[in-house]
Design a protein around this ligand. Structure first.
Ligand code: GDP
Ligand code: MN
Ligand code: MN
Length: 253
């Protein structure tokens, strides 16, 4: 397998109303089976999923958490507004969005936008990926998979990486269960989170600061079989349960 990866260069600062796919299609000639990774940041900017801090009135809870976490209470309020469930309040907010993703500070960003504004994650990233994929098909006639990425922290290891928060045109997970290894053993649990692997490398191509590369194209990955159940459900998630126990114990103290 020979895979080519390139960043989409020369895009301007994105504003509400911009047709980001038209702008990308001006710079990339897509082929069938390509995959386009798009930073959630520019999708959100193009849709106006941003908030000016000066319009946000923090409630008591936001003020309390902000004092503890050394944050701007208005920023904390924006984070709480996007959380379906708050898992941890300190030392930073860890929250789950209604669509399943768990992220630090609900994925709300203050970087790569003008002072006084925050960028929110798209409210429905799966639908967003579908929409972008259809737009590429509409403009170029090509069948291109789309992954919407965000930079995320992770458990156990230092360092952020890219994750897929929305995808369309490929299954999230490549399922190896029932395959046989080199020695004929049946694989019982191996599921590979391919969309996250691709998002991770896309994140590397994009950078985090002033590179100005909010999209990357992957060519030659082919396609794989699997499923879309990327998020653990209730009982499957032992880390989540452990955090819950930890929070309950703290409240009893
Ligand atoms: P996130 O990972 O989705 O939160 O996005 P980042 O803020 O880390 O930005 C990812 C990449 O997109 C970096 O190379 C940024 O410089 C770039 N970027 C962010 N916003 C814009 C924009 O409006 N226009 C352009 N051209 N690049 C942007
Ligand atoms: Mn982000
Ligand atoms: Mn990033």
């Amino acid at each position: 397998m020979a895979v080519q990866v390139f960043g989409v260069e020369g895009l301007p600062l994105i504003n509400k109303g911009d047709d980001i796919i038209a702008m990308i299609c001006d710079r990339v000639s897509f082929q069938d089976e390509d995959m386009l990774c798009v930073a959630s940041t520019i999708y959100s900017k193009s849709k106006g999923y941003t908030r000016p801090l000066h319009t946000i009135r923090p409630d008591k809870r936001a003020i309390r958490i902000a004092a503890h976490d050394h944050e701007d209470p208005r920023f904390v309020q924006a984070v709480l507004d996007d959380a379906a469930e708050v898992i941890l309040e300190e030392p930073f907010i860890l929250s789950q969005m209604s669509w399943g993703h768990i992220g630090v500070r609900s994925g709300v960003d203050r970087s790569n936008i003008e002072d006084g504004f925050v960028i929110l994650l798209p409210p429905n990233p799966m639908a967003a990926a579908q929409e972008l994929r259809a737009r590429i098909r509409g403009i170029s006639g090509k069948e291109v998979g789309v992954i919407i990425t965000d930079t995320v922290g992770r458990a156990f290891r230092r360092g952020q990486t890219g994750n897929a928060i929305g995808w369309s045109g490929m299954p999230a997970i490549r399922d190896f269960r029932k395959d046989h290894d080199l020695f004929g053993h049946e694989l019982k649990i191996t599921e590979e989170a391919v969309v996250d692997e691709i998002a991770g490398f896309a994140n590397f191509i994009m950078g985090e600061s002033n590179q100005g590369i909010p999209a990357a194209v992957f060519r030659g990955c082919g396609r794989w079989k699997g499923h879309d159940n990327l998020y653990f459900k209730g009982e499957e998630d032992i880390i989540r349960q452990a955090l819950h126990t930890f929070e309950q114990a703290k409240k009893k103290q």
